[in-house]
Design a protein around this ligand. Sequence first.
Ligand code: ATR
Length: 289
Amino acid sequence: MNMDHFEGYSGNAKLAGVIGWPVSHSLSPRLHGYWLRAYGIDGAYVPLPVTSKNLQTALRSLSKLGFVGVNITVPHKQAAFAAVDEADEIARRVGAVNTVIVEADGKLIGRNTDGFGFMENLRAGCRTWRAEVGAAVVLGAGGAARSICAALLDSGVPEVRLLNRTRERAEVLAAEIGGSIRVMDWAEPASAMPEVGLLVNTTTLGMVDKPSLEIDLSPLAASALVMDIVYAPLQTALLDQAEARGLATVGGLGMLLHQARPGFAAWYGYQPEVTEALADYVRAGLGSG
Ligand code: ATR
């Protein structure tokens, strides 16, 4: 084994990790591990498989075990929001937490950085996009859609057109997030597409082992940007169809990379960068499960 470049960590290593169930699919240990090594930080970021039943106990044990923080993934984001001592404004609005900071006195601060990650990925991937240019079509009304709708409206998008298979879930989202969200018909996406600056898929459709997303993008203007938050596969059929039409596209992996930045900065005191080398390294982990 070639150990030339392995710095390792010491008995003083700052501990962080990701809590989920299952958690073995998570790319976060690979992502944070890359940054720790790249910046020569004495830290360890580990997967923490925790069931729903044990979430509260696990969170309350973090300070006792010396953890500086954790990320929270499926299916615990809403339960973690209920369990933390304080939550930032975005987490309260979205009702979910994906990042926990453990303070020196053991207090747990919850944040939600998914919307931040989405917007940073959008801006990095399409520098010409402007929020004011038109409405945004959001497909899906799950946890990810909540963060994304809030972030888009906060960024100045004049209207979100929200389409979800279960319409009632979209209506609840619109009422809870507030602002200019218009619930439209999932079965008639074409009617939502005129004068749109952005269309984003936040559903699980198009993911490996899930049904495909059946949608015809031809009513979109040539200036529209198409995004998918699915990153397995990296190139979804939605992005293929948009590119075949000559539309700008942004894939989902960048959201995962960017949402991780605020947690890393809070825990390790270092602002990490999303680079092509990082993206390549994390991408290489996609195949390995
Ligand atoms: P996440 O937190 O990752 O957003 P989620 O809360 O499970 O995940 O949401 C999944 C989204 O994909 C929902 O919008 C869901 O639609 P419903 O609210 O109608 O369930 C959508 N979705 C999943 N499978 C779907 C399918 N076969 N057809 C249409 N939409 C689907």
